[in-house]
Design a protein around this ligand. Sequence first.
Ligand code: PA5
Length: 436
Amino acid sequence: TLADVDLLTSGEKVPADKQPLDAGFIMLPTNLLEEQKSQGEQSLLGQIKAVAKGLQPMIDRFLVLGIGGSYMGMRALFEGLCHPYHNELSRSARGGIPRLYFAGNNIDNDETAGLLEVLQASSNNSPIENRWGMTVISKSGGTLETAVAFRLFRDALEKTYGAESKEVTELVVPITGESGKLRDLANATGYPAIFPIPDGVGGRFSVFTAVGLFPAAVMGVDIDALLQGAADMTERFRTAPIGENPVLDYTGVCHLLEKNKGLSTRILSTWGSRLEAFGLWYDQLLAESIGKEEKGALPLTVVNTRDLHSRGQQHQEGVRDKLITNVIVEEPSTAPVSVPQVGEDRDQDQLNRLQGKAMPELMDAAIKGTNKAYAEVNRPTADLVFPKLDAYALGQALQMMMLATVVEGRLIGINPYGQPGVEAYKQNMGEILYGK
Ligand code: PA5
């Protein structure tokens, strides 16, 4: 079957002895849950949860350093599953869960300086509100953006607590491959918790390794539900027939419309803001996996209704190269917010006619109205429906998209693993910085 054999290799164009076996992501969620069942606290999940729980009461600000596959997944989990204004809430309203900041995903001076300024307030006599810690994530251990950020933020932390203090090592959790510069640094410093990124799981397929699971656990995400969603999606992919198989159905729609109708731009249209980062994660996944050998569709995430007022024009009347996949959440996570009634003398905005209508109803009308407008001019759309946005559903969706990307790689004869094209800029940058 497709599930067993084809996906465990990485593409016909790669000689068998050179194929990177990066398909370890497929059974990973299932295996992690099983290991937890048999080994309890000793399992990787048990250890991730224990270290996350230990860190929560020590800090109020948590930094996640990483880039690409070592960053986008956690951002999708944070924006999709945590309170939309999490960092603005008081510590008690956050249930003692720290604020979250991402760094190490750019080499932006102002952004880095701004974050260092915010964190400098901390000292070892500081109240909890000023205390912070971090995880540094790099599979290779040599990615410049993340490595530079780690040196900077480590330096800031060590200046506060003292480089030799035990406390400072407990505030830093490296997540990295079995070898490399970060692994060497982490071992030499003696950080008490270092989590691995398995060799057989590529960066952008690694959200269900410690890369996504550890920061998610620190942020109070139900990582068991997340993994269960992913494991169930894998099972469904392996067993369900076409027509009931979200992975194959989605891939089929995308592939056939691209091949037969030239729809080579893939718009992921998220209705609501909380799935924007999921869309950006998918943009990276698809672009870095199959954007090779002058092939591969262009992924582009939009957030509606916001972007109906920017890109909507082009989707309705621009070049006919777009397949629009709506990502729709049926049930909001919070009580519906309704339009209030005002006195007749204050109804100049004429919204009393919407009185009592809740935002989900308005959104539903926007989705239906937009799809109808596209259908009327023969512009195809597909729907991806989340009954609600929770860890289980997001786990399913992340796994679905990773599987779909690998299947699509097979369909178009592209090895979805690896990213040789990313090396060119690194090489040039290295020559400029270090000389030949
Ligand atoms: O998908 C990938 O492999 C990349 O996007 C990597 O995740 C990214 O380049 C970061 O690499 P690393 O984790 O080695 O620092």
